[in-house]
Design a protein around this ligand. Structure first.
Ligand SMILES: [Mn+2]
Length: 295
């Protein structure tokens, strides 16, 4: 079970300097996701909101979802930006809150997990929704801290990170043979998109809870490209064969009570159509906060 929390903090990170593959543009996501959130927030009355999905009225008080503004990013300095992101996440956790990082591309995975790691004692595990493995060690054009290396940096830089209690969900298509060997050595559980789509969201969540049960703290990182491009075209890269928007929302809602931090990355308004992906990301954020508040 997750640490006690008084509510969720939105931390925007308008940064896409780590987008070394695919399309840049995720720097515009925090603003578009906030704009989409207003659609959900207008349904709050007298500290309550009506969940049609659950067919009941749920609590939503002023502490449930607090926008703490953007990290002051440094556009030309990836390392400074990820340091500032970690610091904001750690501040939120230390205050007894649950951080929700709204990226930004997926280089923010590593500083988000590190922020939790630095604010807590005990082990830290990762629930990683992504089409991609993010296990790249280093290469000439991407460096060591790009949006392809977040999981690898958690493994080799965070001394209480437990890969054996971590799980990747929705990964698919093809990758480097060396990536397969790295995953096997690290001992991360893989729940690929084919299996996820066979078993469905509820059974997948049970497997995720089993995999992470031994960890003291858990971070949920959600790259929007885990969702099929048909449902989420506004992403940094397109990998066909992913989950639906319904499955994504259900997974986040069911997992929120069990985790200590959340990040939504790779939403790219430059690739989006009528804000449909920013709107989906906003629903992930809103569902997470409501589920956390009413756990
Ligand atoms: Mn990805």
């Amino acid at each position: 079970m997750a640490r006690p929390s008084t509510g969720c903090d939105v931390i925007g990170v308008p940064f896409d300097g780590g987008a070394t593959l695919g399309w840049p543009g995720a720097r515009y996501a925090p603003d578009r996701v906030r704009s989409a959130l207003s659609w959900m927030l207008m349904r709050v009355e007298s500290d309550e909101v009506y969940s049609i999905d659950e067919d009941r009225i749920l609590a939503f008080d002023a502490d449930t979802l607090v926008d703490t503004g953007d990290v002051q990013v440094v556009r030309h300095d990836l390392m400074e930006t990820i340091d500032r992101t970690s610091a904001r996440v750690a501040t939120s956790v230390s205050a007894g809150r649950t951080p929700i990082v709204v990226g930004g591309e997926d280089s923010l995975l590593f500083p988000s997990v590190r922020g939790l790691h630095d604010a807590v004692t005990g082990s830290v595990a990762l629930i990683h929704f992504d089409a991609h493995l993010d296990i790249m060690d280093e290469n000439e054009t991407q460096g060591r801290f790009s949006h392809s290396s977040g999981v690898r940096r958690c493994i080799d830089q965070l001394d209480r990170f437990h890969a054996e209690n971590s799980i990747q969900i929705g990964v698919r298509n093809f990758n480097y043979p060396s990536s397969k060997r790295t995953l096997d050595t690290a001992g991360i559980t893989e729940l690929n998109a084919r299996t996820f789509l066979d078993i469905g969201a509820e059974a997948a969540v049970e497997r995720i809870k089993d995999a992470t049960r031994g960890a003291d703290n858990v971070f949920l990182s959600f790259d929007i490209d885990v969702i099929d491009p048909a449902h989420a075209p506004g992403a940094g890269a397109h990998e066909p064969g992913g989950m639906t928007s319904r499955q994504a929302i259900d997974c986040v809602r069911m997992l929120a009570p069990h985790v200590d931090g959340f990040a939504v990355t790779e939403v790219n308004p430059m690739m989006d159509h009528k804000d449909m992906t920013s709107t989906l990301a906003a629903y992930l954020v809103f569902n997470f906060a409501v589920a956390k508040r009413n756990a």
